[in-house]
Write a protein that binds this ligand. Structure first.
Ligand code: ADP
Length: 673
C-alpha cells in the first residue's frame, strides 16, 4: 500500500481524496494557493504546502513545483483529482520520472484518449460507433467545408483538444460555417494551445450517457455501469444520475461492452469514463475522460463502491477482483451540483463570501461533498462549485424525493446560486418521468422560477412556528372558553421556508374559531390571499403535531405535520416533502413592535412564535400605558409586550413557560374608564 499521497488539487475533490487516504491509512499532503490559505481542503490533509499566487497558472498548474513538494514531503504518489493537471500526459510522465507513483492511467493512454480525434479513430477501428463526422488532420478551410457538406447540417464544430464545452459551435447552415471555424480555432488555441478542429453531425435531442471503467495494472478492466448526465447548461453537466432511466438491460450490455472494448484497446488502467451521446436508441462515442469525474459519487452510491479508494489500491498494485469484486446495481443515485452561478445570466459564475451556508445533514441516503464552509469565499480563480449533493434510494422515485428534501434543507446567502433551478428541476414532471434531452434547460427553464412551496405549508408554518401548538395545554379549548373578541391587527410574519423568504399576514376572522384571512407575498409580489381554517388534529407528544389546513377559496385541503427543531425553527412535512422553516433574521424587534401594537385595542397578541418567558402582571391588575406586561422569547431574542394604553388585565391566556404562535392572543385588556 502507498504510504503518503500528494493531492494536486483543491476544493471538494481534494477533501474527497483525503478521506479515501485516511480510510486506507495513507497519509495525505495538500497544496494550496494564495486564495486558498484558509480553505477547507487544507484542514483535511495531514500536511499542507504553499504553491504560489491565486491564478491556477501560478499554483495548481505548476507541475515542477508540485513534484518538488511531493519529493520534499516524502510522498510516494500523486493524485491529480479532476481538472488542473489531471489529464496532462506530460505531467503524469514527469511524476513517474521523478520516481513517484501516478494515481491515474498510464501517460500514453492519457495522451491517446486526450485527443478527441485520435480517440475517435481508435473507436472506429474497434467497431465502436462514433457520431458521423470528420476527424482528419487536414485542417484547411476548403477540406472542412467539403466535409461539412458531406455530413450535412446542422453540425457541430469542436476543438480536438476540447473540454468544458470550449471551442464548440453549432452551425445550422453552410452560410455560418466559416465564421464558426474561425471562432472555434481562436477559442481552441487560447484554451488548449491547439487549434485542430473536428466536425460532427449535431444531434438535436440527445442524451449524454457515460460508462465508468476501472482497470488494474495486471490487465483486468471492468465497467461499473452507466451515468446519465443529460441535464447540462453550456454543454456542461449539472445533474447526474445512475442508472440512466432510458437504458434497459440490452442497451446497458451493448454500451458498457463498447466502453470496455475501447478502454482495453487504449491499454487503460485506473478509473476512467467513456462518454457517449445517445439518441433514438443508438449511442455514439464522444470522448474518454482519463481521470476521476466530478460525478463519480452517483456510481459509488448506486453500486456501493469507493472509486477513489479503488484508484489508490490499483496504484498500489492490488488486483481488481480483490478491490471491488462484482458490484451489483442495487440503488438509484442522483447528484446535483450546487454552483455559485446566476441562472439569470445564463448560469455565469457569481463570486463572494458565503455569509450563510447550510447544507443537508448527511445520512444513509444523503451525501454531501463540499470544499467550502460558511464564511469562505467563492473566488473568480477557480470552479464556483459550492457542493455536490448526492442522494440515493432503492428506486429512482425515492432517490428523487430524497433530493427534493435535501435541496429544501440548503440555504446560501452571499453569491447567487443555482439552487432555485435545482429545486425547479427536481419538481418538474418531465424530469421526474425521466423524459429529457441535453436541451432541456434551454427549452423548459425560465430563470427565476423555483419549485412552488405549497400554500398549506406556508399557512401551517405561520400558524405554528416554534411549536406553539406543541404546548401541552389544549390550545383550542382556551379559544373556545374565553369567547373574547379578537383584535383586527395584522401581523406580517417574515419566514424563511426551504431557503425562500415569504411575508405572511394572517388575521383572525371574527366569530370563527381557527378561521384566518391570509395574505402571502414573495419578493414583494402577492402570491396568494384568501381564507383558511387551521385545526390541530393531534398533538403527538411534545415535538410533533398534525395540522389540518382547509383553503376553501382554492378548494384545497391538506394535512401538515409540524416538528420542532428548537433553535433551528420548525419543520413542516407535507406530501412526502419536508420544509425547514425559520423566522427571517432581518426582522428586528422594533419592526415587530410597530406591527403588533398598532391598532390593537383590547387584545395583545404574541409578536412572534416562542415561549412566554415571564409574566410581569396578574389578572385583574391595573396597568399604566406602556407598562411591560410579558416577555416572550424566541430565536434567542427577547421581546417585551407593553400595555398599549392604561387599563385592567382582564385575562392572561397563557401561563409562564407556554409555547405560543405568532398572533396567539396573550392578554385581554379592558380600557380604563
Ligand atoms: P467537452 O469535452 O468540451 O465537454 P464533449 O464532446 O464531451 O465536449 O461534449 C459535451 C456536450 O456537448 C455533450 O455532453 C453533449 O451535450 C454536447 N454534444 C457533444 N457532441 C454533440 C453532438 N454531436 N450533437 C449534439 N450534442 C453534442
Amino acid at each position: 500500500m502507498l504510504r503518503k499521497v500528494l493531492i494536486a488539487n483543491r476544493g471538494e475533490i481534494a477533501v474527497r481524496i483525503a478521506r479515501a487516504c485516511y480510510e486506507l491509512g495513507v497519509a495525505s499532503v495538500m497544496v494550496y494557493s494564495e486564495a486558498d490559505r484558509s480553505s477547507l481542503h487544507l484542514r483535511s490533509g495531514d500536511e499542507a504546502y504553499y504553491l504560489g499566487a491565486s491564478p491556477a497558472s501560478e499554483s495548481y498548474l505548476r507541475a515542477d513545483r508540485i513534484i518538488e513538494v511531493a519529493l520534499t514531503a516524502g510522498c510516494d504518489a500523486v493524485h491529480p483529482g479532476y481538472g488542473f493537471l489531471s489529464e496532462n500526459a506530460e505531467f503524469a510522465s514527469a511524476v513517474v520520472n521523478a520516481g513517484l507513483i501516478w494515481i491515474g492511467p498510464p501517460p500514453p493512454a492519457i495522451a491517446l484518449m486526450g485527443s478527441k480525434i485520435e480517440s475517435k479513430r481508435l473507436a472506429e477501428a474497434h467497431g465502436v460507433p462514433v457520431v458521423p463526422g470528420y476527424f482528419g488532420s487536414d485542417q484547411a478551410d476548403e477540406t472542412l467545408r467539403h466535409e461539412a457538406q458531406r455530413i450535412g447540417f446542422p453540425l457541430l464544430v469542436k476543438a480536438s483538444a476540447g473540454g468544458g464545452g470550449k471551442g464548440m459551435r453549432i452551425v445550422s447552415d453552410s452560410g455560418g460555417l466559416l465564421e464558426a471555424l474561425q471562432g472555434a480555432r481562436r477559442e481552441a488555441s487560447a484554451a488548449f494551445g491547439d487549434d485542430a478542429l473536428m466536425i460532427e453531425k449535431y444531434l438535436t435531442a440527445p442524451r449524454h450517457i457515460e460508462v465508468q471503467v476501472l482497470g488494474d495494472l495486471h490487465g483486468h478492466l471492468r465497467h461499473l455501469g452507466e451515468r446519465d448526465c443529460t441535464i447540462q447548461r453550456r454543454h456542461q453537466k449539472i445533474v447526474e444520475e445512475s442508472p440512466s432511466p432510458v437504458i434497459d438491460e440490452d442497451l446497458r450490455a451493448a454500451i458498457t461492452s463498447a466502453a470496455v472494448t475501447l478502454s482495453t484497446a487504449a491499454k487503460y488502467s485506473s478509473a476512467g469514463t467513456v462518454e457517449f451521446i445517445f439518441q433514438d436508441g443508438a449511442f455514439y462515442f464522444l470522448e474518454m475522460n482519463t481521470r476521476i469525474q466530478v460525478e463519480h459519487p452517483v456510481t459509488e452510491e448506486a453500486l456501493g463502491v469507493d472509486l477513489v479508494q479503488a484508484q489508490i489500491r490499483i496504484a498500489s498494485g492490488e488486483f481488481l477482483d480483490s478491490i471491488i469484486g462484482e458490484p451489483q446495481l442495487t440503488r438509484h443515485a442522483f447528484e446535483a451540483r450546487l454552483y455559485a452561478e446566476d441562472p439569470n445570466t445564463g448560469f455565469l459564475p457569481s463570486v463572494g463570501r458565503l455569509n450563510r451556508l447550510k447544507l443537508p445533514a448527511p445520512n444513509e441516503n444523503v451525501r454531501v461533498d463540499s470544499g467550502v464552509s460558511e464564511g469562505d469565499s467563492v473566488t473568480p480563480f477557480y470552479d464556483p462549485m459550492i457542493a455536490k449533493i448526492i442522494t440515493s434510494g432503492p428506486d429512482r422515485a425515492q432517490a428523487l424525493l430524497q433530493m427534493r428534501n435535501a435541496l429544501n434543507a440548503v440555504e446560501v446567502e452571499g453569491p447567487k446560486t443555482n439552487l432555485g433551478f435545482l429545486k425547479w428541476l427536481f419538481a418538474n414532471p418531465d424530469f421526474m418521468d425521466g423524459n429529457f434531452s441535453t436541451r432541456f434547460i434551454e427549452q423548459h427553464y425560465t430563470p427565476g422560477i423555483d419549485a412552488e412551496t405549497p400554500l398549506a405549508v406556508l399557512l401551517a408554518a405561520s400558524r405554528s412556528l416554534v411549536g406553539s401548538r406543541l404546548a401541552t395545554q389544549d390550545h383550542d379549548s382556551v379559544w373556545r372558553a374565553s369567547g373574547w373578541r379578537h383584535g383586527r391587527q395584522q401581523m406580517p410574519l417574515h419566514i424563511v421556508v426551504a431557503g425562500n423568504t415569504f411575508r405572511v399576514t394572517m388575521s383572525k376572522e371574527a366569530g370563527h374559531v381557527d378561521c384566518w384571512a391570509y395574505e402571502v407575498q414573495h419578493d414583494g409580489v402577492l402570491i396568494s390571499e384568501g381564507k383558511c381554517v387551521v385545526r390541530t388534529l393531534s398533538a403527538g407528544g411534545s415535538s410533533e403535531i398534525a395540522l389540518a389546513v382547509d383553503m376553501p377559496d382554492i378548494n384545497g385541503s391538506a394535512i401538515c405535520r409540524v416538528r420542532d427543531r428548537a433553535e433551528e425553527g420548525i419543520e413542516v412535512s407535507f406530501d412526502g416533502l419536508t420544509y425547514p422553516v425559520r423566522l427571517a433574521e432581518s426582522l428586528s424587534t422594533d419592526h415587530l413592535n410597530k406591527h403588533v401594537l398598532g391598532g390593537a385595542e383590547d387584545t395583545l397578541a404574541s409578536p412572534m412564535p416562542g415561549k412566554v418567558l415571564k409574566l410581569l402582571v396578574q389578572e385583574g391588575e391595573e396597568v399604566f400605558d406602556d407598562q411591560p406586561l410579558v416577555i416572550i422569547e424566541a430565536m434567542k431574542m427577547e421581546f417585551t409586550v407593553r400595555a398599549p394604553h392604561s387599563g385592567r388585565i382582564a385575562r392572561l391566556a397563557y401561563p409562564q413557560g407556554s409555547q405560543v404562535a405568532v398572533g396567539d392572543v396573550l392578554i385581554e385588556m379592558e380600557k380604563a374608564q
